[in-house]
Write a protein that binds this ligand. Sequence first.
Ligand code: SF4
Length: 211
Amino acid sequence: MSATDPASNCALCPRLADFRDENRQHHPEFHNAPVASFGPRGAALLIVGLAPGLKGANRTGRPFTGDYAGDLLYATLLKFGFARGQYAARADDGLVLENTLITNAVRCVPPANKPTGKEIATCRPFLASRIASLPRLRVIIALGRIAHDSTLSALELRRAAFPFAHAACHAVGTNLTMIDSYHCSRYNTNTGRLTPEMFEAVFAAARQRLE
Ligand code: SF4
């Protein structure tokens, strides 16, 4: 089994390692390394995103922290009791996740937010190890189709048997459900593809399954 978090200089994806080097030159104050998962290891809920945003998690070092997607995600987590404290878009804001862990399908920021299929596959062992490391896991929320597909592959399930659809619930293991959501990106919310109400419905479904 692979480590649950890659080394800070992981170079398994040459394009992403080069991009990291570039960002270290241009933004030396940024985190500029694979972003570790955030939350307690006894979590029953796992949220899988796509990849760090350049000026979000790649800057702050905490998943979804510091960009638009994080504003909606953390507000929703606080609303449904999956987090406590205050989200202030900084890794040191003291926010605590409750029974919830957040990770990404790809741990390094990709140019233009677009990892290649090969990069997604190369980083998958870290996702698989992360999933396997959570003994109390009962619900996975997959944010977007790439997270959905990569999670299915990490679980060694056939993608065709579990088609992606917003708010769809898939039985992906014994007492393990995956719930799909459109990604909470600025693009999806600005275009109306994902409304805050649609996003909240996904977390309400997760909360119901965890009760
Ligand atoms: S995306 Fe994952 S596998 Fe690729 S370089 Fe980053 S940490 Fe390593």
